[in-house]
Structures are given as structure tokens and as C-alpha cells.
Design a protein around this ligand. Structure first.
Ligand code: HEM
Length: 728
């Protein structure tokens, strides 16, 4: 006879829809009990014992040996000894922020995901941006893909959109991921170079893997050296599925479109920023949020009916391909806002664990073979990185949805599961926790129809490795093309083995012969007239290499506007940093007028001077200095203004670092303005005043307006060729 305790109860599940929807503050409230604030508190051990002396260890006499008894010393040193955890095997360097996501209107026509239904609902999110190849301490400005990982804390569980700032990837199949990463990481015998793809092993691999060519075009473009995390696009890369309330499924590509536009720096700048401020992107994100200039992106969807799966000149399951926006427009469906910096880098940014397999009902996977491999990789790596199976209990990783299951124990378990039942089915626990029916938002995998043989092969269209690389090249503006050529010359110029360079020029010839010719010229090579031997070396042992050679499929789109940063948003100077170059004797009026105009437009101005402290103004006032020339360079700013004041501009014109400051800004095609005697500094820098904004009489509102317009343009590329002649 079942006892009272063992009899199944009539407990019914609480459907999530019935519960009050969590407000966007729910994640912050959940983090609150874990936050510690030492303000006004006494120092204690980890056991809560108050410490009287944190300066001296316990010894036998002042000069005598230390005692093992000193439990306070042992606790402190032991904890310190264990402070480090393994860095991420990729994407080790990153920065993150909290925020929220809001959909513009219900997306019930596409998906049943609860967080995409109600426009009044703010879903808390945590976003981590990263570089891929470098170690935790590497520079932010490496030429690299940027990770763009978003964790949505939805009422139905966490949804992670673990994407990049480039819409395609290097490889088509997860089995090649370790090879790719081994090739790009520092070479193993001497661990050189850090956070750089410009070395032999990377290009050796790439030159043998034509499937990487499309991605290489993006990575050699300025997309790989963003001006700011806030000015990057984001992409889910793989094709995912949306599933609506009736069970109808559609394919989807996810996009993030930054409201400030997509902007990058130049390679020469990136190299210099890496010296002046290797934390440039991390600092930029932090400072923008602290200043209340909250970074924003719109979520974009490219939705494709299931029936249209095979209508394109590429395979939707191939992660080295985009769906051109001319074929399927991007619908902007909601907004992501980052409005809070983390309290603690390690606890939040370092310990956050993203996983493309974290989905909610209404979002599902496709058979993209790269995505499928990723579905295995993330939990596996996090088990090691975060030390065991309970990392979902770390505050930043906990969903706001309740967790009830029969998983138990393991290292560092925090949850105190009550009761005697940890299995299902059971009667002793009344059958709880119960499985959730569809009505209770239980996740049901989309029942995709599959048939076929088990093979180690790829779809036919996967072998069109060059058409979209050519599309990317053809869609770039002239300055962007020049930058790609220069990047390839730089990268391949660092390659020591000649045959690798030659092979790569042969691959580039498949994209565009002019491109290959320009790169070859810089390397002192010639473009081969035809392919010499095998292009694709990613071939199984017993296969016929001929069957693996790249094919060319007819594409409907030859030029896509969305691929060029020349067509991005250029209507705002918001959050742009402007250096006001000044010395003692500067005209306070000119500084004040320009500062007011910049601030009113949401730009940030900083006084940069030969010395710190304050400057004595021409009118006898004091002008506080933000940075001395020694500590910054114009590469850390978007624009430069040189106000008049004869003693000030005389001093600057005679100061080599001030002259270099202006020359570099000019070389990097940034907006420059000079008023009054400020023109003398331009002259000293050998800059043609025609190319910049000048006014001999002083600053007016019109001049400030014109300057702001120029800043909003990001760069004046028309100056670039000429500017290369300026020594900087
Ligand atoms: C088979 C291919 C791939 C494998 C095996 C793989 C594996 C990994 C691993 C092991 C990590 C470290 C995770 C951690 O320690 O928490 C990682 C991080 C990451 N991966 Fe991948 N990855 C692959 C492809 C991609 C692709 C195609 C994308 C972009 C769509 C991507 C985006 C990211 C991002 C953004 C992170 C950093 C997440 C964070 O900020 O913590 N990965 N990946």
C-alpha cells in the first residue's frame, strides 16, 4: 500500500504564462544578494572573524620564523594562490555590460518565443564583446573577428545569441575548428605572435582552405578593426529556425544593427592605439555607459520560408555564406540597450558562460554542421573553465526562470535540493518536477524530416568558395578596397615562407585578379596565369581531389550595399571624442564656444596640452587640462580642434609631439578644425589648410556646426592618398 507520503499528489504545474512577467530589473534584483559592499565595514576572514592585524604575519619574535599556526596568513595566501581560472580557449579577451531588449511589436507571426511577443516587456540581457585569437591581456585593437554574445534572461529560460561582428565564418564544418584555432593562435614552439593572424601557420592553413576565402575578405577589411564595440554590427552567422504557435517553421538569420553606424579605424591607427591604450574598446564601452550614452542596436531578422530553402545560389546551411539583403531584406524588430556596467569583471564578464544551445520555445537549430559542433563545444569547455557542472549557478549565469530538475551534487553545488527524490518518474515526490506540456512552454524540438545515409560529406553548394568573396570585394568602396589590399600586403608580408605567400596570391586571383595583382605587387610577386595544381587541400584521404575543387555558381546579386561601411549611418557626432589642442595663452572664448557646441551635440571634448594641470588663458582665465601630450595621441580621438591664441599656437607649433598629434589625425583622415592663430600649427605640420576646417577670425556657431558635420562623417577618405605623404 502506498503511504500518504508516496501517493501521487494532484499538484499541477504553474504554467509560466500564468506567472506575472518578470520586469527588466529582475536580473539585477537576483544579482543583489551576491553583491558585496565593504563601505564602513570591518575586515574579516572568510569565516567572518574580524581581523586585528593585516600587516604582520605571526612569528616567534619580531625577526623570527613564521608560524604554521597563522591561519589568517594561510587563508589569505591560499585564496590568492587559487585566484586564476583558465582563460577561454578562444575569445579570451572581452568586455561586457548589462542592459535590456524590447521588441517593437509582437513577432507571433514568426515565433512563439515569449520575449518576442509583448512590446511593453523589457527582457534583461548581458552582452560580452571579445576578440578571438588573443589572450586575456592582449590588445583590443588586434585585427580579428569580434565576438558579440548576448544572453537574454527570458521568463522561459536563457536564450544566448552567441554571434560575431562578421556574418560568415572561416570554416564550414566544426571538425576543422581546432585546426583553424591552432593555426591562428601564437605558434606553439615560441608562442609568437600574440593576438595576430599575420604569421605563417595561419596563412599556411588558410591558403589550403579555399572555404575560408569569403571570411578572409571580411577579416582583411576594416571590419576587423572597429572604432568601438558600440559601432559594430552583430550576426548570429548560422541559419536558425523560428517556430510559431502553430508549429510552422521558418529559417532566420539574426542581425544587430548599431544605431551609431558601423565604423572602423585604420590599421596604422590600430597599431598605435595598441601601444597608447590597449584597453581602448573596453574603456570606450565603460565610459559611454558611465556617461549615460547608452549603446543601442536594433535586432534584425532575415526570415526565409521553409519552401524557399533551396532557391538560392548558396546553401542556407553553409556558414561561409550570407543571404544578401537584396534577396531577403532585414526587418528591424526590436532594440537592445546597454545601460549598466558590471560591478565586478571576474564575477560577471569572466564567469559568464554563453552557449548557442541555450534556446527557448520558438527558436530552434538547423543542420549547419558548424552550429551542430558548437552545440557540443560550449558546455564541454565551460566544465573545465569554470571547474565543474554547477556553473549555471554562478549568479551571472542563473536564469531568471526557476530551475527544477533531478541534476544533483558536483563541485561547488550551491542549491540545497530538498526531499528524497532526485529521479523521474517518481511517486515519492508526487511526480515532481513534472515534464512541461507544450501549453506550459515545454520545449519541443522541431520535428524536421530527415532521411539519408551516414556520410562524412558536405552539401554540393558548399563548394562555391569564391562567389561571395567576390561579391564582398565588388561591394566595397575604393578606400575600403585599398585597405583590404594593404591589410593583405601586411599580413602576407609577415609570412616568412615564400610558397605560402605565392599560394595565397593564387587564391586571391580566384576572387578578383585586380585584387590579387595589387597584393602581389606589394609582395614583389606575380599573379599566376592559372591555378597551378589543387586549390582545395581539405580533402579526405581516399577521395579524388578533383571532386573537391571549388565550383562557381551563378549569383543573383553582384553588389550589395549593406556590405560596405561607406553606406552606414553618418548623421551623428554623438559620443565622438574631440581633442582640443592647446597650450598656455589659448583663447578661452574659442575653447568655450567649441566645447559648448560639442557637448550640445553629445560629443565629448578633452583639453590636450604640453603639460598637465591648468593652462593660463589669453584672457587671464584658467583652462583645466585633461591630458598631457605625453599620455595620449590623436589616435585616441575622433577629431582635433586647435583654438587660437598666439602664445599657445606658437608653443604647439614648436612642440614635436603636438605637430605629430595633428599630422596623425590628418593622415588618419579625421576632422580637423583650427581657428585664429591655430592655423600656424597646421602650417608647422605641413597640412594643407584646404583639406581641413579653418577660420582666421575665431569660432562661430556655423564653424562648430560644420565641424560636427565633418565628425559625423567619421573620416574624409578623399584625403587619404595625399595624406600618406605627410610624415607621421
Ligand atoms: C565549431 C565551431 C566553433 C567552436 C567549436 C567554438 C568554440 C568556442 C569555445 C570553446 C568558446 C569558449 C567558450 C567559453 O569558454 O565560455 C567560444 C567562445 C565564443 N564563440 Fe565560438 N566556437 C565556434 C564557432 C563560433 C562561431 C561560428 C561563432 C560566431 C557565430 C562563435 C562565437 C563565439 C563567441 C562570441 C564566443 C565568446 C563568448 C563569450 O563572450 O564568452 N564561435 N567558442
Amino acid at each position: 500500500m502506498p503511504t500518504e507520503e508516496s501517493r501521487p499528489t494532484d499538484k499541477s504545474p504553474r504554467p509560466r504564462a500564468d506567472r506575472a512577467a518578470a520586469p527588466d530589473t529582475v536580473k539585477q534584483e537576483a544579482l543583489e544578494p551576491f553583491r558585496e559592499d565593504a563601505d564602513g565595514q570591518l575586515l574579516t576572514t572568510d569565516q567572518g572573524l574580524r581581523i586585528n592585524d593585516d600587516q604582520n604575519s605571526l612569528k616567534v619574535s619580531p625577526r623570527g620564523p613564521s608560524l604554521l599556526e597563522d591561519f589568517i596568513l594561510r587563508e589569505k595566501i591560499t585564496h590568492f594562490d587559487h585566484e586564476r581560472i583558465p582563460e577561454r580557449v578562444v575569445h579570451a579577451r572581452g568586455a561586457a555590460a548589462h542592459g535590456y531588449f524590447q521588441v517593437y511589436k509582437s513577432l507571433s507571426r514568426y515565433t512563439k518565443a515569449a520575449f518576442l511577443q509583448d512590446p511593453s516587456k523589457k527582457t534583461p540581457i548581458f552582452v560580452r564583446f571579445s576578440t578571438v585569437a588573443g589572450s586575456r591581456g592582449s590588445t583590443d585593437l588586434a585585427r580579428d573577428v569580434r565576438g558579440f554574445a548576448v544572453k537574454f534572461y527570458t521568463d522561459e529560460g536563457n536564450f544566448d545569441l552567441v554571434g560575431n561582428n562578421i556574418p560568415v565564418f572561416f570554416i564550414q564544418d566544426a571538425v576543422k575548428f581546432p585546426d583553424l584555432i591552432h593555426a591562428v593562435k601564437p605558434e606553439p614552439h615560441r608562442e609568437i605572435p600574440q593576438a595576430a593572424s599575420a604569421h605563417d601557420t595561419f596563412w599556411d592553413f588558410i591558403s589550403l582552405m579555399p572555404e575560408s576565402t569569403h571570411m578572409i575578405m571580411w577579416v582583411m577589411s576594416d571590419r576587423a578593426i572597429p572604432r568601438s564595440y558600440r559601432m559594430m554590427e552583430g550576426f548570429g552567422v548560422h541559419t536558425f529556425r523560428l517556430v510559431d504557435g502553430k508549429g510552422t517553421t521558418r529559417f532566420v538569420k539574426f542581425h544587430w544593427k548599431p544605431l551609431l553606424g558601423v565604423h572602423s579605424v585604420l590599421w596604422d591607427e590600430a597599431l598605435k592605439i595598441s601601444g597608447k591604450d590597449p584597453d581602448f574598446h573596453r574603456r570606450d564601452l565603460w565610459e559611454a555607459i558611465e556617461a549615460g550614452a547608452y549603446p543601442e542596436w536594433e535586432l534584425g531578422l532575415q526570415v526565409i520560408e521553409e519552401a524557399d530553402e533551396h532557391k538560392f545560389g548558396f546553401d542556407l546551411l553553409d556558414p561561409t555564406k550570407i543571404v544578401p539583403e537584396e534577396l531577403v531584406p532585414v526587418e528591424r524588430v526590436g532594440r537592445l540597450t546597454l545601460d549598466r556596467n558590471p560591478d565586478n569583471f571576474f564575477a560577471e564578464t569572466e564567469q559568464v558562460a554563453f552557449h548557442p544551445g541555450h534556446v527557448v520555445p520558438g527558436i530552434d537549430f538547423t543542420d549547419d554542421p558548424l552550429l551542430q559542433g558548437r552545440l557540443f563545444s560550449y558546455t564541454d569547455t565551460q566544465l573545465l573553465r569554470l571547474g565543474g557542472p554547477n556553473f549555471h549557478e554562478i549568479p551571472i549565469n542563473r536564469p531568471v526562470a526557476e530551475i527544477h530538475n533531478n541534476q544533483r551534487d558536483g563541485l561547488m553545488r550551491q542549491t540545497i535540493n530538498r526531499g528524497r527524490v532526485a529521479y523521474h518518474p517518481n511517486t515519492l515526490g508526487g511526480g515532481c518536477p513534472m515534464q512541461a506540456g507544450r501549453a506550459a512552454a515545454g520545449f519541443v524540438t522541431y520535428p524536421e524530416a530527415i532521411s539519408g545515409q551516414k556520410v562524412r560529406e558536405r552539401g554540393e553548394k558548399f563548394f562555391d568558395h569564391f562567389s561571395q568573396a567576390t561579391l564582398f570585394w565588388n561591394s566595397q568602396s575604393d578606400p575600403e578596397k585599398q585597405h583590404i589590399v594593404q591589410a593583405l600586403r601586411f599580413e602576407l608580408g609577415k609570412v616568412e615562407v615564400l610558397t605560402i605567400r605565392e599560394r595565397m596570391v593564387g587564391v586571391l586571383a580566384q576572387v578578383d585578379r585586380t585584387l590579387a595583382g595589387m597584393v602581389a605587387e606589394g609582395l614583389g610577386l606575380t599573379v599566376p596565369a592559372k591555378v597551378d595544381g589543387q586549390l582545395n587541400h581539405s580533402v579526405p584521404a581516399d577521395a579524388d581531389p578533383k571532386k573537391f575543387q571549388p565550383i562557381h555558381l551563378k549569383q543573383k546579386v553582384a553588389n550589395s550595399q549593406a556590405l560596405s561601411m561607406a553606406n552606414t549611418v553618418k548623421d551623428t557626432a554623438k559620443t565622438r571624442k574631440v581633442a582640443i589642442l592647446a597650450a598656455d595663452g589659448v583663447e578661452e572664448d574659442a575653447v568655450g564656444t567649441m566645447q559648448r557646441a560639442l557637448t550640445a551635440a553629445g560629443a565629448i571634448s578633452k583639453i590636450v596640452a604640453p603639460h598637465g594641470g591648468t593652462l593660463e588663458g589669453a584672457g587671464g582665465g584658467e583652462v583645466p587640462v585633461d591630458f598631457s601630450l605625453l599620455t595620449v595621441g590623436s589616435v585616441l580621438f575622433d577629431a582635433v580642434f586647435i583654438p587660437g591664441g598666439a602664445p599657445s599656437t606658437r608653443a604647439l607649433a614648436g612642440d614635436a609631439s603636438a605637430v605629430l598629434f595633428v599630422r596623425e589625425a590628418y593622415k588618419h583622415c579625421k576632422a580637423i578644425a583650427a581657428s585664429g592663430t591655430g592655423l600656424a600649427v597646421l602650417e608647422a605640420a605641413e597640412i594643407d589648410a584646404q583639406d581641413v576646417l579653418t577660420r582666421r577670425e575665431g569660432v562661430t556657431a556655423q564653424m562648430a556646426e560644420a565641424f560636427l558635420k565633418a565628425i559625423a562623417q567619421h573620416r574624409d577618405w578623399s584625403r587619404e592618398t595625399k595624406a600618406q605623404k605627410v610624415p607621421a
